[in-house]
Each structure stands twice: as C-alpha cells, then as structure tokens.
Design a protein around this ligand. Sequence first.
Ligand code: NDP
Length: 266
Amino acid sequence: TNVLPVAIVTGASRGIGKSIVNRLSREGISCIAIASSKKSIEGIKLDDPLMLIHEKQRHRSLAIDLSQWPQWTASEKHFGIDYHENKSGYFPLYDMWKDSDTIYQPTLLVNCAGITQQSLSVRTDVDTITKLMNVNFMSSVSLTNMTLKQMIKNRKRTRADTRTNRPCIINICSVLATSDLTVPGTSVYAASKAALSQYTKVVAQEVNPCNIAIVSISPGLVPATDMLKGLECDGQSHLQKLASTFGTCTPEQIASQVWDIYNSTE
Ligand code: NDP
C-alpha cells in the first residue's frame, strides 16, 4: 500500500496561501485548501492555483470561517469542493480519499490565513479584536492540535515507511511580531502573531519526541497581496520603513521556503 502525503493549507484563496497550494500541488502533493466561505473557495480551481501532476493526486477545498472560533471546531463536516469526485458537499476535515492501494495522510499543515488591523488600538472595537485573535491565533492553535493528533496516530501506523516526509506544521507569523520594529495600527495584529510565534516554539519542544517538525516563518513585507490594502496612511508609511529595513518578498518565495522546510530533515 502506498502512503501519499496531503497538505492542509489555510488562507489558500488569495496571496501567500494561494502560492503555497500552487507550489505544493505542482510538486505532486494532494491539498486540502481552506478559505473562509463558499464564495471564496469557488475561486480555487484546478489549474489555478491547484495542479494535478499524477494520477493519484487529489485535491479538495473547504470553507471554514476561522473567525467563528471555537464554534467551527465543533463542526464534524464543512462545505467543500472535491476536485477528484467533481462534486461539492460536506466533508470532514480529516476524512481523506480512499483507494484500494493508497492511503492519504496529512503530513503538512500550513496555518497561513490571517487578517490585518486597520486602526489604532483605541479605535479597534471588540468584534475586530475577537476576529483578529480568532483567525490569526486561536484557530491556528486548534488546527495545530487537531492535525497533531492525526499525525501522531498515523506515525504509529506507518512508522516503518521511510518514503514519506517527516510530518510538519508551519505557522505563518510576521516580522511585525518577531522583530523590534513597531508599526502604529498593528498592535493587536502584531500581538496575535507574537502569540503564534511563541506558541509554535513551545509546542515544537512538546512534540519533539514524536519527530514532528513545528516551525514558524516570519515574512517581511509582501507588497503583492491584499493584506496591506486597508491600512491607514500612517501605517503605510511605517510599512515602507519596514520594507527598507527587512526587504520585501514575494508569495512565491514564501512558498519555496515552505517547500524547503517540508523537505528538510533537520
Ligand atoms: P491575504 O489578505 O492576501 O489573504 C488572506 C487569506 O486568509 C485569504 O485566503 C482569506 O480567505 C484567509 N482568511 C481571512 N479571514 C479568514 C477567515 N475568517 N476564515 C478563513 N480564512 C480566512 O493575506 P496574505 O497572503 O498577505 O497573508 C497571508 C499570511 O501571511 C497572513 O497570516 C499574514 O498575516 C501573513 N503575513 C503577510 C504579510 C504581507 O505583507 N502580506 C507579511 C507578513 C506576514 P478569504 O478569501 O475567504 O477571505
């Protein structure tokens, strides 16, 4: 029986997450691409950004509104589109495809969904703070825990199979959280990413004995995405400073970084 790897990627409808599923699928990995709504997953299509490069490769997208934490964690099924069966319907998050000679297992989780803040802290209302924390931090923690359970269970089953990569979880943080540079208008955003960064460090140590890699990436400015569009002018000018300090990068470069981390055995 073959064990084929599956990547679960949030934020897959746009920007960095879209580049990540594009890269992973071009490398032959089956993908579960997650975005917030039915409408946004309808934009995730075969050939753009998902690719099929071998017969056994499968893809599915799921609509999960990560701002509705913890409610979404209690849902057994989520609306989705399965590109192999060519149908939409409700699918459990970890119910992978079944094939007589192939087992599909999640070996990579990329928590990439994120929302940005658009005002100074004093003008940020409770609903916005809740959403920022739920999408950027709480949901990433829940997805990490849920996926870890699957990875630990699967490793017991397929421990002898050395052909599959070491399971890996990658959390997308930000230099706004991990450097000394502070940008007005990003207080709760930066705090949510700082929380995710520190969470990642501690949980990585906790699962070290299971040989599961958990790391975070802290990109600098990615000018090509939607994330920066809503920032106030003052925030924009600070971000220019950020760009000149740390440089900028493209979604494709971050996707390459994800691919390199997934393939490294360190
Ligand atoms: P975009 O704004 O381009 O895309 C955001 C993605 O997150 C979309 O796929 C969106 O889905 C998804 N998302 C937003 N809200 C929810 C929700 N409630 N439930 C589920 N999914 C949701 O962002 P980027 O590609 O620029 O950023 C990706 C990640 O990288 C973020 O975590 C961001 O903080 C981080 N980052 C970005 C930088 C940048 O300069 N752009 C720099 C450093 C880090 P939908 O289409 O359904 O809304």
